[in-house]
Design a protein around this ligand. Structure first.
Ligand code: SAH
Ligand code: SF4
Ligand code: F3S
Length: 440
């Protein structure tokens, strides 16, 4: 094993990719790699890709083009593509960009050390299987390095829902949950390394059904078990499907002390016709019912959502229904997108709306969502929040952290350290953050 080879990982897409990149860096760390922040001096460049946006693969090909000259400068340099584009494109990547040495799909990261050895020996390595084993169980880190106070923990992967616009069921495969004891062990390990807040990740995290003592565990049961982990202060989870918001999970939002009052609950559209065409399997009414029950259980819960505008067959009336739903819910945070085709998904085959129509609707939708975000932030002014300190701020004596509602808060006068949770009075609201002063 050669020591101190340099690894540059560039991560695209969702939090799950962020988590996967950390695991890959740790696994390659055991093979003698240390991370570097620039590709310039790297011995391995790994792109952890996302396939959710339009022309995602094309963008990766052009990104790869940027590294063409690098191999001339460092003949030992190896270039790899991981993530959802790797899964979708497979061997095609090596055909189009022969300088790529390694293509590895999200389900095969535990095989990375073996694949790395193969590319070091001068061969090409390709692995886009969907193996049975728990990849994270095999991706053990050697060094027990200290961690930042907030961490992701993947508990569930893949999706069986097949929304008509989405590539995830194809790139991440069928829904699989990790056994509860492994999740709990990993959580305790994270806490021992300085973590105070854990965000449980899954493409459909609330459909979690991992094996555990006494049979399969629900997400609510897992959250309650994590609530007993000493030293862990905050629990979050993302992303949830409205249909899997069970009574038990809603009740946890009301009663579980460490579960934070924030929920990302994508709805995509407020028109039942479009929801049906999207194969979302929920209606506007069932979504609003979940929201009402959540708010009854936890009145201050902050909701965030995902929206797609310009899905095939969306009329102005359908779009208005989405605006109405947004007005009814009031989101504190949201992500919104113009529909764009993904090859291989059902909606890609349907007649498409004009680009200008999509852009104009997206503008109106985002104006409404920003207004709501701003109003909710303003309503925080004067209130006391608890801030988990994550890093020093730009100004002297200032720290930045997250409130229980996931607002970024710049705090003065805390005297606290990274990882502390301090009480702060919110004094002002900026575009994407709040300012506050410590009250202790
Ligand atoms: N598992 C999550 C999110 C998956 S992808 C869920 O079920 O909600 C993240 C977001 O990207 C989606 O919520 C959707 O709003 C958006 N998205 C996915 N495919 C898209 C497409 N083809 N066009 C535009 N937006 C898309
Ligand atoms: Fe994609 Fe729908 Fe599954 Fe979410 S629930 S990952 S949008 S198919
Ligand atoms: Fe993108 Fe794959 Fe995540 S397509 S959003 S990186 S699951």
């Amino acid at each position: 094993m050669t020591q101190n080879k340099k690894l540059f990982i560039k991560t695209y897409g969702c939090q799950m990719n962020v988590y996967d990149s950390e695991r890959m860096a740790e696994a390659l760390g055991s093979e003698g790699y240390v991370e570097t922040k620039t590709p310039d001096d790297a011995d391995m460049i790994l792109l952890n890709t996302c396939h959710i946006r339009e022309k995602a693969a094309e963008k990766i090909y052009s990104e790869l083009g940027r590294y063409k000259g690098f191999k001339a400068q460092n003949p030992d340099l190896k270039i790899g593509v991981a993530g959802c584009v790797a899964q979708a494109e497979g061997a095609e990547i090596m055909r189009r960009q022969p300088m790529v040495d390694l293509v590895v799909g999200p389900q095969s990261y535990h095989r990375l050390p073996a694949l790395e050895a193969k590319v070091r020996a001068g061969e090409k390595a390709l692995d886009t299987d969907f193996p049975e084993e728990d990849k994270f169980e095999h991706l053990k880190a050697r060094p027990k390095a200290k961690r930042a106070p907030s961490a992701f923990l993947t508990v569930q992967e893949g999706c069986d829902k097949f929304c008509a616009f989405c590539v995830v069921p194809y790139t991440r495969g069928a829904e699989v949950s990790r056994p509860a004891d492994r999740v709990l062990t990993e959580a305790r390990d994270l806490v021992a390394r300085g973590v105070r807040e854990i965000t449980l990740l899954g493409q459909n995290v609330n459909a979690y059904h991992g094996a555990g003592s006494g049979g399969s565990w629900t997400l609510a049961k897992l959250i309650w078990a994590l609530n007993d982990v000493e030293g862990l202060e905050r629990i979050r989870f993302t992303t949830s499907h409205p249909n899997d918001m069970t009574d038990e999970l809603i009740e946890a939002h009301g009663n579980c002390p460490k579960l934070m009052p924030y929920l990302h609950l994508p709805v995509q559209s407020g028109s039942d016709k479009i929801l049906k065409r999207m194969n979302r399997s929920h209606t506007t009414e069932s979504y609003l019912d979940v929201v009402a029950r959540l708010r009854a259980a936890r009145p201050d819960i902050l909701l965030s959502g995902d929206f797609i505008v310009g899905f095939p067959e969306e009329t102005e009336e359908d779009f208005q229904a989405t605006l109405d739903l947004i007005k009814a819910v009031e989101y504190g945070q949201a992500y919104s997108f113009k529909y764009s085709t993904r090859p291989g998904t059902p909606a890609a085959e349907r007649p498409q709306l004009q680009e200008e129509v999509k852009s104009e609707r997206l503008q109106r939708l985002q104006a409404l969502l920003s207004e709501q975000q701003k109003n909710i932030q303003l309503s925080m002014v004067g209130r006391e929040v608890k801030v988990l300190l994550e890093k020093p701020g730009r100004l002297e004596g200032q720290m930045v952290g997250k409130s229980q509602y996931l607002h970024a808060v710049h705090v003065t006068g805390s005297g606290g350290n990274i990882g502390d949770i301090v009480r702060a009075r919110v004094l002002n609201s900026e575009k994407n953050s709040l300012g506050g002063a410590c009250v202790e």
